[in-house]
Design a protein around this ligand. Structure first.
Ligand code: AMP
Length: 280
């Protein structure tokens, strides 16, 4: 695996590969890699000649400075895992490489996605996501981009961004299924910060989502949302939201006609976790 820290060197290498008709798959991450990330790398490796992974803890998407300060970094282990998973290129830029002194942030008009759900609880988060993804997509210019369904709203934001930067005809987004622990807990770099006892409790998120899915046609949606919220609160979670939403718009759903997704954000101790489940 080749490791690039400079976008110009990465670009030169990728241009050479493209001139040889090699397809490029891209998996952007913030590192502290787990089997969820590696499932994206493996999928890309199956579908592309060259898989590029980026590891960059993007400061502009953290609305909570404490979360940024404690974000796990396990770079040596990440490199080993990437090699095993079939990744050819790791892009490991510094903050100054992504945001040089002359970088001027622009506003990305992502509509309601900006202020609903994660956007409501993490103001500015999705503008930060768009900033880093705009930079990375221009630096890598992949044929295929791989994201995890775990971050459902983020997938929608990035699909919108691809259109905003006019790359909808050249970059194909693939959304891969959420990888889970045996308990059902969605894999996440932040799980590393949970104690043993908290890890056990954290599986309640998946249990509450599964409960909603099982009960979908048996109870009103508002009742299911309240019940799932109580299940989480009983385990000591601070719940930001439990919502049953339209899977295409993320607007709160009143009925079950159309694609529905249940989304949860809740904090255990100091660790905020999100998850979702497609219901039908
Ligand atoms: P992150 O490092 O958290 O920014 O995540 C990088 C990519 O991995 C994003 O596209 C995430 O949606 C995806 N990802 C994170 N956790 C999982 C998971 N448990 N299963 C599948 N993909 C995931």
């Amino acid at each position: 695996m080749i490791i690039y820290k400079k976008a110009s060197e990465l670009w030169a290498y990728l241009q050479q590969q493209k001139s040889l008709q090699q397809t490029i798959g891209f998996v952007p991450t913030m590192g502290a890699l787990h089997a969820g990330h590696l499932s994206l790398i493996k999928l890309s490796a199956q579908q592309n000649a060259i898989t590029v992974c980026s590891i960059f803890v993007n400061p502009t998407q953290f609305n909570n400075p404490d979360d940024l300060k404690h974000y796990p970094v396990t770079i040596e282990k990440d490199i080993e895992q990437l090699i095993k998973a079939g990744c050819q290129v790791l892009f490991l830029p510094t903050v100054a490489e992504i945001y040089p002194a002359n970088y001027k942030p622009i506003y990305y008009n992502i509509g309601k996605l900006e202020s609903m759900l994660e956007g409501q609880y993490r103001p500015g988060h999705f503008q930060g996501v768009c900033q880093v993804m705009d930079r990375l997509l221009h630096m890598v210019d992949p044929d295929n981009l791989y994201l995890g369904q775990k971050d459902y709203q983020q997938c929608m934001v990035i699909q919108k961004l691809i259109t905003l930067i006019n790359k909808q005809d050249t970059i194909l987004l693939t959304i891969a299924p959420t990888q889970r622990e045996a308990s059902g807990l969605a894999m996440s770099s932040r799980n590393m910060r949970l104690s043993e006892a908290e890890l056990q409790k954290a599986s309640t998120i998946f249990q509450s989502l599964t409960y909603i899915k099982e009960q979908l046609f048996k109870n009103p949606l508002s009742v299911l949302q309240t019940q799932a919220t109580h299940q989480l609160q009983q385990q000591g979670f601070m719940v930001d939201y439990v919502t049953i939403a339209d899977g295409h718009t993320l607007e709160s759903a009143e009925d079950t006609n159309g694609k529905r997704v249940a989304l949860v954000a809740a904090t255990l101790g100091n660790i905020r976790l999100i998850d979702n489940l497609i219901l039908n």
